[in-house]
Ligand binder design. Structure first.
Ligand code: FPP
Length: 257
């Protein structure tokens, strides 16, 4: 566990909020909810909703860099999604595999670095190897870091990282964040904006650590309807918010002087 020792040395950020070190770009995370309802409302099989969901993924990945986003983390399959009917799980896994195969070239050409976070040991045969191939092929991308969460649980991520921490004292926040990423369950940076589509208002065990100071935006749009305009509107809303990270806004400070 040599990396753990290295991680322990960083004590500087112990009490600091985990601001994004990537000031030149935002980290947006999306819970892509509503595929099933989108399809059911049209009398279509849920699988069609998931397939249309891939189109929305393509639109958002393409639009993100031009909107000031340099990291995008998408919740594709949660550790609890294994509870869905076997056929739906099979469809989702097949769609993920197809996405990796069909879109890899486009991702590489567009400077997208793909990373999959979550467990890989329960995935269907061969998928983990395809993920690794796609990650290696896109490793030099610098325009957008695309994290796809598959078999992911925020609670498990935190518990695993805590179990990997061998020190007596609690780890500095920055070090813990890196420990999550090092174990393959973290993005390595805080989320600036968390979007959930589909009208529900909950986090569903997604990026619990990274969202400590995320701005939350809940959209009624079903994921297959989501696109560049929705992302643009979400970011406009984000830029109108004041992020204080537990401190005070500038105005009351000046007023008190
Ligand atoms: C939630 O909708 C969506 C999912 C569980 C799967 C999301 C997956 C994709 C959009 C495709 C793969 C993604 C990538 C990154 C290639 P739901 O089925 O819970 O919808 P409902 O709440 O309307 O039933």
């Amino acid at each position: 566990m040599q990396s753990t020792l290295e991680l322990k040395d960083d004590t500087s950020a112990h009490d600091a909020p985990m601001r994004s070190p990537h000031d030149h770009g935002l980290h947006v995370a999306i819970i892509m909810d509503g595929n099933g309802r989108w399809a059911e409302r049209r009398g279509l099989p849920r699988a069609t909703g998931h397939r249309e969901g891939i189109e929305a993924v393509r639109r958002v990945v393409e639009a993100a860099p031009d909107l000031g986003v340099n990291a995008l983390t998408l919740f594709a399959f949660s550790a609890d999604n294994w509870r869905r009917p076997a056929l739906e799980v099979e469809v989702l896994m097949l769609l993920l595999r197809t996405y990796l195969r069909r879109d890899l070239k486009r991702l590489v050409d567009n400077g997208v670095r793909l990373k999959v976070i979550g467990r890989r040991d329960r995935l269907p045969h061969g998928l983990a190897a395809e993920i690794e191939t796609a990650e290696k092929a896109s490793a030099l991308g610098t325009r957008l870091e695309l994290n796809v969460a598959i078999d992911y649980s925020g609670r498990d991520a935190i518990a695993n990282a805590a179990a990997g921490w061998l020190g007596d004292n609690s780890p500095p926040r920055a070090a813990f964040s890196r420990l999550l990423a090092w174990q393959g369950h973290g993005t390595g940076r805080d989320v600036d904006l968390m979007i959930r589509t589909g009208g529900e208002k909950r986090l569903s065990d997604f990026l619990l650590w990274e969202c400590a100071y995320a701005e939350l935006l809940f959209s009624d749009a079903m994921w297959p309807d989501f696109g560049a305009a929705h992302l643009h509107a979400a970011l406009a809303d984000f830029h109108n918010r004041e992020r204080r990270f537990g401190g005070l806004s500038v105005a009351p400070l000046l007023a008190a002087e």
